[in-house]
Design a protein around this ligand. Sequence first.
Ligand SMILES: *Cc1c(COP(=O)(O)O)cnc(C)c1O
Length: 397
Amino acid sequence: PRRRIDLGRADIGDLLGGIGDSPDAAAAQVRAFEHQASAMLGGLWVRATASGRDALDLILDGLGIGVGDELVVPAYTLGELIVRLQGRGLRPVAADVDVDTFAVTPQSVARAITARTRAVVALHVFGAPCDIRGIAAVAAHHGLPLIEDCAHAFGACIDGRPAGSFGAAALFSLEVAKPVAAFGGGLLATASSELQAAAAAHLDRRRYSPWPAARKMLMKCLEEFAVRSPAYGLAARMMFREQKGGGFEQFYRGLHDRVRPADVAFSGFQARRGLRRLAGLAQRNRHLNLLWGELAAGLPPEFAAQARARCGEPAAYNFVARYSGDLPRLRRRAQARGLDRGLPGEVLDDVAPMLGQTDCPGAAQVFAEAVAIPLHLGIDAARLRRMGEILAAVSRP
Ligand SMILES: *Cc1c(COP(=O)(O)O)cnc(C)c1O
């Protein structure tokens, strides 16, 4: 299966304990989680938010970025972020990405900056550190704040320094498949005292309820149950057809958006879960990075796995490779053999066309050739071997 969610007995305990908590006890749990995240991010000020995109909103508000302002964003990122930025009246301008790392570069960021630019967003895509020092230097040269999108990158570091500590502020996502999964939520990390004050003023006004996260966990239990059932293979073949647009994926993403209320504070239940995930994070990243390396080493020559270690040590997120052959055919044949392959646009989007830009050939190529190969905690050595065999068989002309 394309995803498996790390769900266990401890989650039920966390949930039951968390629902019974008083708002004060829950707040203490949340402070403990934020404190631990801060310690792992080199002492940055950290607050838990409703989602990664909520953290981005708070950062933009705190920086005073508003209607009509331009923002440099990666051309290969989550399409929903662009829609959200445009909804705030901002003007995102895409910076192209490198076809090997899938990341923006200091050069592509510099090219996208204009007289109206107010900030730069850089993404450590799929957990692999981008050239954040080079990008920070470009932003500083133009007097622009740098925002690090660390949605995929908790635990990644550059010369021993954690991703998220190089710009004015960083956002992390705690969505179910991200490295620190707490059934939704996000983190805002910053060293700037103005940003801290602005974000705290918003966050401290939110109401407390454990139910949105509990609902999400229930949804995830159902999903996990479906994914582990023997009928999943057949169902997946029907749901994940090659039609343009990927109807099911859009439906799935939409479902997520409906359980993401922004006026609700991060819950004690999520904080307990988050603390547990932070404690296991280094081991998780190490384990999945090892599997990542084995999978990459065994790929047939038509595949080029993302170059992940050019600028630092990656955190583990999606395994994505470029495939130079007939991609629809590859997906079809892999699915027929039981490998639940990615859909076009399943992982991230080429956002340049959404912005009317035609100057991002790197993102267009990555988007057109990207194939996500399942890599999660449900993959053991036998499955890894089997995936390698399937990929070798189906990529032969
Ligand atoms: C997941 C993600 C986010 C935001 O996370 P949410 O918690 O889903 O709002 C931001 N940027 C990228 C690239 C992501 O993949």
